[in-house]
Design a protein. Sequence first.
Length: 107
Amino acid sequence: MGQILCKLKVFKMQRVGGFRRKTRRKLSKNIRQKGKLSIRKFFQKFVDGDRVNLVAEPSHQKGMYFPRFHGKSGVIDGKQGSNYFVKIKDGGKSKRVLTHPVHLKKE
């Protein structure tokens, strides 16, 4: 007796959009803040234990954290190259975010 083998294709849902999807208001500057990036902000230094705010600099995409963490506060937890680890709380969980100092602001 012949058996008919049926091959079922499993379709995976495609991810819609990219890293900056739905962030038009969140990652845009005020008209008065547009222009060249401050070198002082780019090369600012932090020490472990410093309290910082995550404030994205839209003109510099490298080292930017996931937009969900925009506006969160955290503590500097370490350094990797020129970037800093920031320990934040997200929904009751403790997370470490690696970000460039241009996206950080001292409290």
